[in-house]
Ligand binder design. Structure first.
Ligand code: GAR
Length: 208
């Protein structure tokens, strides 16, 4: 078990069901993220089920919405304040469906990662989120899709790729069945793996 100072402090940003958050909580419990610790969950939707998951796991959770803040700028400032207050080293976007501007991302180079439900550079970028990604993959008739964890920069889904995992599509798949399959076979596996990988890099860089 890593000592406290050998662990990166992680904030998970969410908007919905939070199954990826749950995968991280479970991975933490079973010791798969020895170099990280989830210290905060932030939702931009007040009714996100992910907030219940955080509560059940005993993790502090905040709701910060654009509406509440009044503008996109104020929203990002509020997020930055939360990150500062909880002394966060790594931000994980796990189904966080607000796009962060350069004003936010430039402050955390290689300290924000995102999970996307396709093999980037396919079916990604602005407008591609959730079920829509799988609908587009089926409409295009691809036979293989998957998930990607990547660093976040100012280009939506444009940062360096950390881990990808492929998933086969069969002709019976619907967008819903494909979404579930990509989560089970790819997302819930590669997200904890990528978080541990980056948390280890962060703790190593601290030890100089
Ligand atoms: C996941 O499939 C995630 O990859 C996707 O939203 C879903 C959130 O589910 N993210 C995006 O599409 C980002 N562009 P969850 O709330 O159950 O983790």
């Amino acid at each position: 078990m890593a000592r406290k100072r050998d662990r990166a402090r992680i904030a998970v940003f969410v908007s919905g069901g939070g199954t990826n958050l749950q995968a991280l909580i479970d991975a933490q419990k079973t010791g798969q993220i020895p170099n990280g610790r989830i210290v905060l969950v932030v939702s931009n939707k007040k009714d996100a089920y992910a907030l219940t998951r955080a509560k059940e796991a005993g993790i502090p959770a905040l709701t910060i919405t654009k509406k509440q803040c009044g503008s996109a700028e104020a929203f990002e400032e509020a997020l930055k304040e939360a990150v500062k207050e909880y002394m966060v080293d790594l931000i994980v976007l796990a189904g966080f469906l607000a796009i962060l501007s350069e004003n936010f991302t430039k402050d955390y180079p290689e300290r924000i990662i995102n999970i996307h439900p396709s093999l980037i550079p396919s079916f990604c970028g602005e407008g591609y989120y959730g079920l829509r990604v799988h609908e587009e993959a089926l409409a295009r008739g691809v036979k293989v899709t998957g998930a990607t964890v990547h660093y976040v920069n100012e280009i939506p889904d444009g940062g360096e790729i950390i881990i990808q995992k492929a998933v086969n599509i069969n002709n019976k798949d619907t967008a819903e069945s494909l979404q579930r399959k990509v989560m089970e076979q790819a997302e819930w596996k590669i997200l904890p793996e990528a978080v541990q990988k980056v948390a280890k890099i962060i703790t190593k860089s601290r030890q100089g």
